[in-house]
Design a protein around this ligand. Structure first.
Ligand code: ARG
Length: 458
């Protein structure tokens, strides 16, 4: 195998060990970024008077050809690949450009450039998804649905309010993604092996060409830092947990028992034996992706733990989990995007469910507090009302004022508005609550925050 080193070695590397040490099988996917980085390096060598104009032109032309003629080679890594190709195309001139950098600063530069591009694609998916959710919430700002705690019907809420809770989770994910972008945006090239280098090359030139925002501050840290991989994996962890919770709700909502959601044919599959089945497979699969995402996170954290400063070969192992995270998250968000476009809510069933389980019992208790009782005392009275209803097989919607007055004479005719689904929802009117009025306010703020983060990503 062609190598970039070996002058001091007397014996051949064992074949199996060589294969084990190689990273070309995975870092070849960074080929385009390797070309970009070497092009920028060559331009800066020219600007700093290390190569002549015609030499720069020749190398850049050959890089163009090499880029369009990727072939299978038996090499150690992507850096060796390009260096050998450049020598093949340019002879000694190909060797001349290999000053003022090393593979240690190069590999993390490629990684960062690739991640920044992928962050942008994920950003676009998140914007689309959040916009769709906010629009859906606007349509359903006044649609009643039961809210759950402990998976028991708790209190009536609006579907718009429920959907905005998705947007809040994704908003935090979006902020995490932005933070990851900020932390990735430091150019390490020129840190060389770990100490910097002996040439008068202005690092700002490469930084500018590659469109990085800042230069890394310390060459030791620059070659050993993989915090941006950790930050990205943490963004993925929390995002996939959010998606798994949303999907779990949709699985429950689409179950025959709940029947809140009609599964679109576009996102569900059938059973090979039970002809009647329509299964929420996509939601289930998204839910299960959390396993691999969290596994990837353990991978990168463990690679870095206790690693002596600065660069070690351990860092080569950052790629699979990073690539897998990027692929899984992009793919998942794309499918989730398609899911939310075809959500069909069964509003009648949602409404009928709000009538169950004395969902407005808290409103009855609050009513009595308004009439002067303490909440603890009114809580007890409402408990008695529920007991009475259960014993007589009635509910809050057909109990009479006369019956209520026997339990507590503070009840008047206006109690029935407080007990109604509409009344209960309308009365939850504080900032961030479920009343249609508040939901409309939240939607305005949600749109504002989303536009704001779009600007910050620029
Ligand atoms: N393949 C290595 C990586 O992915 C980069 C090469 C640095 N290797 C070295 N022996 N200094 O991290």
């Amino acid at each position: 195998m062609n190598k970039l080193w070996g002058g001091r070695f007397e014996n051949q590397l064992d074949y199996d060990i060589e294969i084990y040490l190689n990273s070309f099988y995975i870092d070849k996917y960074l080929f385009n970024y390797e070309i970009k980085v070497i092009s920028a390096h060559v331009k800066s060598l020219y600007l700093c008077n290390y190569i002549k104009l015609n030499e720069k032109k020749q190398i850049l032309n050959s890089l163009f050809l090499i880029k369009n003629n990727f072939r299978k080679l038996n090499v150690e890594d992507i850096h060796s690949y390009l260096e050998l190709e450049l020598i093949k195309y340019n002879g000694d001139l190909g060797k001349k450009i290999y000053i003022g950098k090393s593979r240690n600063d190069q590999i993390t530069t490629l990684n960062k450039l690739m991640l920044l591009d992928e962050i942008e694609k994920i950003n676009i998916l998140l914007i689309f998804i959040r916009k769709t959710i906010i629009n859906l919430a606007e349509i359903e700002f006044n649609t009643p649905v039961p809210g759950f705690t402990h998976l028991q019907i708790a209190q009536p809420i609006t579907l718009g309010h429920y959907l905005l809770s998705w947007n809040e989770m994704l908003k935090r994910d979006h902020i995490n993604l932005l933070n990851c972008k900020k932390n990735t945006n430091f150019c390490p090239l020129g840190s060389a092996a770990l100490a910097g280098h002996n040439y008068k090359i202005n690092r700002n030139i490469v930084k500018k060409i590659l469109n990085f925002k800042y230069l890394t501050e310390n060459s030791i840290d620059a070659v050993s830092d993989r915090d941006y991989v950790i930050l990205f994996s943490q963004f993925c962890n929390i995002l996939i947990i959010h998606l798994s919770r949303i999907c779990e709700d949709m699985i429950i909502w689409s179950s025959n028992k709940f029947n809140f959601l009609k599964l679109s044919d576009k996102i569900s599959s059938g059973s090979s034996i039970m002809p009647q089945k329509k299964n929420p497979d996509l939601f289930e699969l998204i839910r299960s992706k959390s396993g691999r995402i969290m596994g990837n996170s353990v991978n990168i954290l463990t690679i870095l733990k206790s690693q002596a400063l600065s660069y070690n070969k351990d860092n080569q192992e950052d790629k699979e989990s990073l690539f897998d995270n990027i692929y899984t998250i992009k793919n998942t968000l794309n499918c989730f995007r398609k899911c939310i476009l075809v959500l069909k809510f069964n509003k009648k069933n949602m409404y009928l469910s709000t009538l169950k389980n004395y969902s407005t019992a808290t409103d009855m208790a609050d009513y009595l507090v308004k009439k002067g009782l303490t909440f603890r005392d009114s809580h007890k009275i409402v408990g008695n009302c529920i007991k009475y209803c259960e014993n007589n097989d009635i509910n809050f919607f057909n109990i009479s004022l006369k019956e209520l007055k026997i339990i507590c004479n503070l009840f008047e005719n206006d109690i029935f508005y407080f007990l109604s689904i509409e009344g209960s929802i309308k009365n939850k009117n504080t900032y961030g609550s479920t009343s249609p009025n508040q939901v409309l306010n939240s939607i305005q703020r949600a749109k504002f925050f989303l536009n704001n983060i779009i600007l910050k990503f620029k």
